[in-house]
Design a protein around this ligand. Sequence first.
Ligand code: NOJ
Length: 483
Amino acid sequence: MEKNYNKYLISICILSFVYASAQDLPRKIPKGLIFGAATSSYQVEGAWDADGKTQSILDYLYQNSLEQITDGSNGNVATNSYYLYERDVEMMRELGLDFYRFSLSWPRLLPYNYSERINPAGVNYYNNLMDEMLKYGIEPVVTLYHWDLPLELAQQGGWTNPQIVDWFSDFARTAFELFGDRVKYWITLNEPQVFCYYRHPGDDIYKCMKNSLLAHAKAYHIYDEEFRPTHNGAIFISLSTEFYEPVNSQDAEAAEDATNYHWGVFTNPIFSKDGDFPASMKEKLAAKSAKQGLSSSKLPDMSPEEIDFIKGTSDFFGINHYTTKYVYRNESENDYEVPSFYDDLGVQMYQPDSCQIGYSYLVCSVPWGFYKLLTKIREEFDNPPIFITENGFSTHGGLDDQDRIEYYKTYLCAMLDAIDEGSDVRAYTAWSLMDNFEWARGYIDRFGLYEVDYESEELTRTPRASAFMYQNVLRTRSIICGT
Ligand code: NOJ
């Protein structure tokens, strides 16, 4: 009896041991999935007026304190990457990146916005950066537009002026001509909903959205017809894709509206079978516009030709993803300014309690939301190839960033769960390679795998604990997901 009991105990012990280690077994990263890190021109380059560059709308707004910045700073110097790009490439090599995502500063390349007046110093800078990367096998992933519109164009209405479609696509063609021999991944626009909202929070946001779609599509067609045959690269758009979870089942429609207004407004025209803006958004905005006494809907119509022109114009479903919000509707709580984008949307949102991790209000860690987002994209858009163009976590500094490590680990594992179920994720990008100018949060919120010492003259970059963790995932091509 006692003998049997001991045997029983031993098997329980073995089983628990096997179970516990299975939970801690490294999970393999699928073959072919590539990894990178990202930044953008205004957030890192500095050198705002060097070598012939003219002002962008961002230089103008931040230099004149026309935006509310928590620490009163701007991107005049930022991380000085215009001069320190060799160190930046060294960091990419230390991490073992497959690619680096950066953006072109439009007023650095075309200070006067005429494609016949290209600024040689700007060309030189991007050539040097790319050539240095390619020397070590690091692929450039180039964003054409990460918000630094030439000031001159902003003064002519910017993205609300239909001429932007030609302005942007001329700039895109210039970039394809200059760098297309080396760039195999082009991103047209970064987060159009965000830049449209920040510049045009009222009714003009919808004009901005439509012009962005047309400008993106025109750049896509130029690449597709004139450059792809020889350069054979990919071109796509990068959308800010928060996940919206209904508070309970009767809030499903509110969550769907939040999704449509923030990113369905772009994904429906580009990725759905029928194209055009989401039907429910068209109906709701038409009704709202009539109620507000407008003679036509604030959401512009799309002609059948425009619908066709935009449909299918993205080789990847490019997503920037950070967090998830709970959504519900309660008419009596609506106290948004009228008219405004958020009044039109008319939902309430809040972040789950799990947000308490870290110090920054910007990022709340909800890995299950990432899994749900990837699943939703797979199910609703016929499993498109996904390029995760940004994902990351902010702190207020410090090298021992265990909270960022936890964020990356759990988000990467959520991504692997979705991949196991069939999601076609092709690339993952950490935001950011290093701390940089974080818009309204200045230099306070820090997203870097590398810490930047803003006090030091050399703007010294030092790897954080998370940099070693990311490096390890890339080197071993595996990650321990734990329980
Ligand atoms: C998205 C933007 O593309 C990037 O510029 C920004 O720094 C990160 N989110 C973090 O907020």
